[in-house]
Design a binder for this molecule. Sequence first.
Ligand code: ZN
Length: 291
Amino acid sequence: MTEINVDLEESKEEKQVLTPEEMAGIERAQKMGAEANEASAFKVPTEFVPLPSFGLVYSPNSPLHNLKEIEVRYMTAADEDILTSRSLLRSGKAIDAVLKNCILDARINPEELLSGDKNALITFLRVSGYGPEYKVEIDCPSCEETSKYEFDLSQLEMKTLDVEPIEQGENRFHIQLPTGTHIEFKFLNSAEEKEISDAQDRIKRSTNSPVDRNVTTRLKNTIISIDGNTDSSLINQYVDTLNVRDSRALRKYMEDNTPDIDMKQEFNCPHCGHRGEVDVPISVGFFWPDE
Ligand SMILES: [Zn+2]
């Protein structure tokens, strides 16, 4: 899964730039958040949220280094104001702004978090703020009928990082592919995920092509070296000509080992009775349960 984010339909066409008023709005909200954190009279409860990566991928210079859990305070009305500001949402900054408020260690930059670690924090804030019930429209994989289905977000499980990085405190992992090639890759952080999704939007718009370059774009950004060679033009060429067998093995390994929240949950179609696991879709209702 990629990152939990609100993808408002209109956001694709709009500039992802904030006006000075919107910037001031974020700063105000963050100042209020910081003050709320310090004001002892109204102490907002906090909790330690486990990180799927155990902090193993962050460098020793980062406050996230070897951090197994992050202390987070519950969302407040001020955070909700951020979440309900459509202009902040359109800019894609609302969730980061709320995270920045709710993470107690002010040195932690939400953009630095691996997407999976960030998803764990976002899911915690959603469940602690609005409860675990999540009603969302979903297309049945069997009969293709759309229905509104209620998932229980408290049942989502964490996929922890079970492979060792090549070096401690480095986001660098190794796999040997079926044809023998040695690959080093990393797991993407939040800022990188955003760059990729913006790049994909640009490609789609400029080429008008129905081909989704999702897989190749992601691989090009994830692979660090091929048989020890780190040259980026070589990596790009390699990905474009990668054989299907290696490509599948690589993607499966990454998918199986990416630290994240596992969004799979049981779905029981009210139209055809189909039962099976689906990926819980993230829609606007993730943050506005009443809409
Ligand atoms: Zn069905």
